[in-house]
Design a protein around this ligand. Structure first.
Ligand SMILES: C[S@@+](CC[C@H](N)C(=O)[O-])C[C@H]1O[C@@H](n2cnc3c(N)ncnc32)[C@H](O)[C@@H]1O
Length: 219
């Protein structure tokens, strides 16, 4: 992974964020809500600006941080985002209102594995962003990949899980060991996918970018 010094150096180069965004970061920090880190979100937004999606499906809203950052970076995009934790979902509604991004968003409350019929009504999507329960990545991918447009891409966050997927050190906690195994299995499955080609970027917590094989730039 990129070392700490480099991370701090790159973070210092980032443009100043507006107050509402900083307030969300503080809320997330204080309430232990896992949101994308500074370099991860900037990298993703940059990729999205190149892709210029008009519809994005996000699995894992939390308090709406990444959805709001996407809405602000892509004024022509609509974001459908799913959260199963009621408190976080409600907080996301508040933040969407406060940041004037609500019109660009459809916030769905529920388990992404159970509300696909509702999600289908909003398809097709140019981007599927998977940022929810790490042990379920493959299920999210298989459930929602069919809703992608021809030029659709899939972004999966946390695929390096703090570097733990690559460590040779013994992991004490059984739950973490099992989670690591699941992420490793997802990464291997994804890299060998017959219809998608994937690159894993070691930024943030590790981000996989998958695009359809044989896709031409103007498709
Ligand atoms: C890492 S956080 C999302 C962070 C957010 N994307 C951001 O960067 O601002 C993951 C969220 O996914 C939610 N989640 C986990 N599994 C889910 C599922 N099956 N359906 C809906 N939400 C889920 C969790 O409650 C948690 O709030």
């Amino acid at each position: 992974m990129v070392n700490e010094e480099m991370i701090h150096y790159l973070e210092r180069l980032l443009p100043k964020k507006e107050e509402a965004i900083v307030a969300m970061e503080q809320y997330a920090h204080e309430h232990h809500v896992p949101i994308m880190d500074a370099l991860g979100i900037e990298t993703m937004l940059h990729i999205l600006k190149l892709v210029q999606p008009t519809r994005i499906l996000e699995i894992g809203t939390a308090i709406g941080y990444s959805a709001i950052r996407m809405a602000k970076a892509l004024p022509n995009a609509h974001i459908v985002t799913i959260e199963r934790d009621e408190k976080r979902y409600k907080q996301a509604l508040v933040y969407a209102e406060q940041t004037n991004t609500k019109a660009q968003m459809t916030l769905l409350f529920g388990d992404a594995l159970h509300i696909s019929d509702e999600v289908k009504k909003h398809a097709p999507f140019d981007v599927l962003f998977i940022d929810a329960a790490k042990g379920q990545y493959r299920r999210f991918f298989e459930l929602y990949e069919p809703l992608l447009s021809e030029r659709g891409i899939i972004i999966t966050d946390n695929v390096l899980f703090k570097g733990l997927v690559a460590t040779n050190e013994p992991i004490e906690q059984k739950r973490i060991r099992q989670l690591i195994k699941k992420i490793q299995a997802y990464n291997e499955w994804l890299m060998a996918h017959p219809r998608y080609e994937t690159v894993i970027i070691p930024i943030g917590d590790g981000m996989a970018i998958s695009r359809k094989r044989g896709q031409q730039p103007n498709d």
